[in-house]
Write a new protein. Structure first.
Length: 324
């Protein structure tokens, strides 16, 4: 997809962070923008920001929706068609949440919440929108589906199990949809950043009441650690620029860094190494390198040990070094 002007973009998580950056950038390209998010206050502020950035008031539609609710997501799709006269040409599913702690401490609620937003809601969007997009636009004009994935998609870590699993799955979905949608002239992209300047550090505040039983140590202080790390992340507008270029080039993966080929080769090598005894030894060295990078990242956060990414203290099967 290379032509954006006059077309419709539906951006989930568009009230904040990466999604808001995408909304601004594609508004500037002359698109009609729908931002779908669960937070009304953030939606209201985001609409103002997008208009101040140059969008016409009538070209921005904000919809409050919990994207894990299929009926509500379908209603948001209907509303988009009512207001803008058709389904989106560009679907960018960016809404996401995170939660970190030892894999062995993870509860059903941790999996259901993180994978519910980061994976199941993405599936909802694809099932709801793709048939509408094909019916409306196949053979007439180009369209694209994209998802904001993560660098974590390529490699699960000890404290990122639900998040990495969800992101690996959405990458896989984009590989599938890329192949499936090619005959219709549509593309598919997963953008895989490491760190974005955003509000995701506050995500725990969005955890629904029925999914509160986390196995992780979560507090205002652990959220403070995340906020400090994400304050140093990539500017959402810069990230949106990388995504736009990848959409124009019909790339399935967008690794939004200048040394993206080197990064991707590193991931490929690590995965290759997992399949032989010699490779497992080689990965020990790569693991040490990764641990150094993690330590560097943690220097961005408050130095006091607040038990970030550790387990709840009462989980008696978890290694004490991994509990708080
Ligand atoms: P953010 O918190 O600023 O934006 C995420 C938005 O998703 C929020 O506005 C939130 O209200 C919305 N949301 C959460 N649950 C929802 C639900 N059930 N229904 C509707 N909306 C919901 O965070 P950020 O960082 O901009 O996140 C965007 C995406 O980027 C996420 O998928 C995240 O996993 C991904 N990502 C973020 C990284 C980072 O360093 N911040 C790094 C790599 C990927």
């Amino acid at each position: 997809m290379k032509d954006f002007s006059g077309k419709i973009a539906f951006i989930t998580g568009g009230a904040s962070g990466a999604g808001l950056g995408q909304a601004k950038l594609f508004a500037k390209e002359g698109m009609k923008i729908v931002i779908a998010d669960v937070r009304q206050d953030a939606l209201d502020c985001a609409v103002q920001e997008i208009i101040e950035y140059g969008a016409a008031k009538d070209d921005v539609l904000a919809i409050k929706v919990d994207l894990t609710d299929r009926a509500a997501y379908t209603a948001a799709a209907d509303k988009t068609e009512q207001v803008f006269g058709g389904p989106p040409h560009l679907l960018i599913q960016t809404a996401g949440v995170n939660a970190f702690g030892p894999a062995e401490a993870s509860t059903f609620d941790d999996y259901d919440w993180v994978m519910g937003v980061c994976l199941n809601a993405v599936i909802n969007g694809l099932v709801i929108f793709v048939p509408r997009m094909i019916k409306a636009y196949a053979g007439k004009t180009s369209c694209h589906v994209a998802v904001t994935s993560s660098m974590g998609a390529f490699r699960g870590g000890a404290t990122t199990a639900p998040y990495s699993a969800a992101k690996a799955a959405v990458n896989s979905l984009m590989y599938s949809y890329y192949e499936a949608l090619k005959p219709y002239g549509f593309g598919a992209t997963a953008v895989c950043p490491a760190n974005i300047r955003s509000n995701i550090g506050e995500a725990e505040k969005l955890r629904p009441a029925n999914l509160k039983n986390t196995g992780y140590n979560v507090s205002e202080k652990t959220m403070g650690v995340l906020n400090a790390i994400h304050a140093h992340g990539m500017d959402p507008l810069v990230l949106a620029g990388w995504l736009k270029e990848a959409i124009e080039n019909d790339q399935v993966i967008c690794m939004p860094y200048d040394n993206n080929q080197e990064i991707m080769r590193g991931h490929a090598e690590y995965i290759f190494n997992l399949s032989s005894p010699e490779g497992m030894k080689r990965n020990e060295a790569l693991d040490k390198e990764r641990e150094k990078q993690r330590e560097e990242m943690m220097k961005l956060a408050p130095q006091e040990d607040v038990g970030f990414a550790k387990a709840r203290s009462d989980l008696d099967w978890v290694d004490p070094a991994r509990k708080f």
